[in-house]
Design a protein around this ligand. Sequence first.
Ligand code: BGC
Length: 812
Amino acid sequence: MKYKELIAQMTLEEKASLMSGKDFWQTQDIERLGIQSIFLADGPHGIRKQAVAADKLGLNAGVPATCYPTAATVANSWNVELGEKVGEYLGEEAISQKVNVLLGPGVNMKRNPLCGRNFEYFSEDPYLAGKMAASYIKGIQSQGISACVKHFAVNNQEERRMSIDTIVDERALREIYLTAFEIAVKEGRTKSIMSSYNKINGTYANENIHLMQDILRKEWGYQGVVVTDWGGSNDRVAGLLAGNELEMPTTSGETDQEIVEAVRTGEVPEEVLDKCVDRLLDLIITTESVYKRPRLDFNVEQHHRVSQKVAEESIVLLKNEGGILPLKFGKKVAVIGDFAKDARYQGAGSSIVNPTILDHTLDCFEESGIVSIGFESGFERYGRKNLRKIAKACALAEKADVVLLYLGLDEVTEADGLDRRSMQIPENQIDLLHALHKVNPNIIAILSCGSAVEMPWIGKVRGLLHGYLGGQAGARAILRVLSGDVNPSGKLAETYPLRYEDTPSYRHFPGNELTVEYRESIFIGYRYYDTADIDVLFPFGYGLSYTTFDYSDIKVGQMGVTFKLTNSGDRAGMEVAQLYVGCKSSDIFRPRKELKGFVKVFINAGESKMVTIPFDDKTFRYFNVKTNQWEVEEAQYTIMIGASSADIRLTGYLQVMGTGAPLPYEKEKLPSYYLGRVNDVGVDEFENLIGHKVPVATWDRSKPLGYNDTIEQCQYAKGAVARLAYHLIVFAYWFLRKIGKRSTANLIMMSVYHTPFRGIARMTGGVVNMAMVDGLLMMANGRFFKGLSHFMKERSRKVKADKLRQQNKGLA
Ligand code: BGC
C-alpha cells in the first residue's frame, strides 16, 4: 500500500467516512490529517459544475463551460489525436473550475439505436470506442486530474437502468461490452471508473465480483478507484467487498456506519477497507494539484474555436447527388428549419453543459459566403403540425436555387433515464420536406441528432449532411462544410439500418420487467448486418468527401498491413481507412468481419501516401468460454482494408498460429449463431449459449415490495395509497406531455417512476434514510398506519442523531 503510514493514523470511522461522498459532488475530507475533499463533475463533453447554491439533482445550469461536440459526434472523426486534444481542453477547463474528477467519457456500446444516451457514447464497435476513450483519458489526465470512464458495464439502455438485470453470455460480455473499458484501463490508464446501475447476470455491477475483481482488478491490473453511479449503491458492504471505493452521493454517514459495523463483526476484513482507502487516497492526492494551481481562466474564444475544429472533422457527408455540395458561388439559398435559428447541439440530462458562446446558423451565415435569400422556420420544433409554416417555407423555397433544410431531433428526445420511442424524426418535419420537394427538389438536408434515425424520405433530398450534436460551435462548422471551406472527413461510427425492425436486438429491447436478454450475443451493429446479409441505409464506417481516394498495393505481413492511399480527386482531404479481419474457419461462430484498426490520413490532391496499420493483441483474439480466456484460433484470416465496413477496397490473407484451445461450442446446438441470423433466437438456443436457464423475467406480483422494487411496481402494491400514488405519477406524466412539458414529464420518468425504493435513500443526500424507507415500504405493502408511524419515529430519531453529530463536530 502506498499510504500505509497515513492509513495507520486513521480511526476505523475515518476510513469508512472516505468511502462515501460529503455531499452531491465532493468526497469527505479529514482535516486533522490534511486529507482534502475532491470535486467530481460531469461530464463527457464539457464541464457541468454546479454553482454553490445549485440544486442537488443537478437540474440547474452549471458554471459556463465550452460545450464540445458529444462523444457520438467526435467518434465520427476517427481521429484519436483529436480525441486527445478534446481531453486536454476539457482537463484545462476542469482545472479552472477546480474539478478533480471529470465524469467521462462514456464508452457503453450502442446495442440498440433507441438507447437514450447513445449521443453520449462513441460507437457500436468496441475497438473504435476504446481507442477514442483512451485518447480522451490521456488528454484529460495530462492536466493532472482524473477521467472517470463510465458506465461499467453493460448499461446499454436507460429504461429501468437502476433495476434491470442484463443476461449476457460471457463471450459477448468480453468481446463486445468490456473491450472498450479494457482499452480505457490498459491504454488510457484511467484513474477512476464509474460502476453502472444495472445488474449483470444476476448481480449489481457494483457488487459483481466477476466483473470488479476477476476481470477489472486481476485480469486488467486496474489500480484505480471505482465510483458508483449517482445513487447506484445497493448493498454498501457487498460493494466494498467487490472493491468499490466511493459511493456517491452522500448518504449522510448512513452507509459509512454499515462499513464500520461490518469491519467490527469481521464480515469485512480491515485490510479490504484499507486497500480501498489507499486507492482513494491515491486519487485524492494525485489530483490535488488542482487546488494548488492558481485559478486559471481558460481562453474562452480559443476553446470555442477548438470546439469548432472538432465539429468540422466530425461532420459526415451522407449523400451528394450530382455534386450538389459544396455550394457553388452565387447560388441563391433558402434557409429553412427551426434548427437553423436555434441550433441543436447537445443532449439532455447529466451531460448538459451551459455553453460559454453559442453559434446559430443564421448568425454565422454572412461570413460563410453563401448567399441566403431568407429564412423560414417551416415547422414547430416539438412536433405540432403547422400548415401555415409549411406554406411560408414553400413560398420561400420556390424563389431559391437550393434549399438548406435543417432537420433533427428536439432537446428532450435524447436524454438520461429515457430511451427514444422510435427511430423517426418528427412527422411535421417530414411533411415539410415532402411539401418543399414539390416546389424545389434541390434540397440539402442538414441533420442534428445524436443517434441513428430512419430516413424513408432520403429520396427527397439531393444532399445530406449529418452534423450529429456538434457542440457550441457546431452550426458554424456545418456552414464551413456546406461552403466547401472544409472538406468533410467524418465517417459513421454506427450503422444506420433501413428500419428499426431490422436491428438485431429489436425483439429484446428494452427487455422485460426484470431482465433484458442479449440474445443476439456478439452480433451487434455491423457485425450482425454484415454477417446476416441485411441491407442497411448507411453502413458502419461510411462517409463521403469532396474528393476521392484510391487504395492499392496491399502487403500483409506478420506485424501488420501496408497499402497505398491516393487522393485521386481535385482537392486536399482526409480519409479514414479501416482494417477489418475475418476468419476463414467456421469452427467458432464469428462476425464476417470485425474492425481491428484504423487510420486517418491527410493527402493533398493527386498525391499518394503509404500507410501502415499494425496488428495488436486484439487482432486475432476471441474469448473462449471453455478455457475462460482469450485465445487465437489457428486458421487463415482475411485481412481487409475498407473505406467503410461495406466498401472493402483491398484484401489479403494471413495464416495465423493458434493457441491450441479446445473448441468452445457444440455447433449443432447454436444454429442461429453459426449463421449469424440472431434477430429471433429462441430461448432454448439462448440457454444453450449461456449454459443455464434464463432467470424469471417478470415481477412476482404476489410478493411484498422490497428495497429493489421500483416505484413503477406500486401499481400492484397491496397498499391502496401506493397504488394511488402510482396512478397519480402516471397521470402527471401523461398530463405534462399533453400540455407540452415533455422535459418535466421525462424527469418524472427518470427520477421517480423507475427508481427503486432504496434509491429514495441513496439519492436524497441523507434526508431520507433506509430505516425511513422501511416505513415507506410498510405503507406500500398495506400497513399504512404502522408504516407511517415507523417513518415518523425514524425521522425524529434521525433528526436527533444529526443534531448530536453536528454538536460533536462543533466540539471537535
Ligand atoms: C449518470 C452519470 C452521471 C451522474 C452524475 C447519473 O445519473 O448516469 O452518467 O455522471 O448521474 O450526474
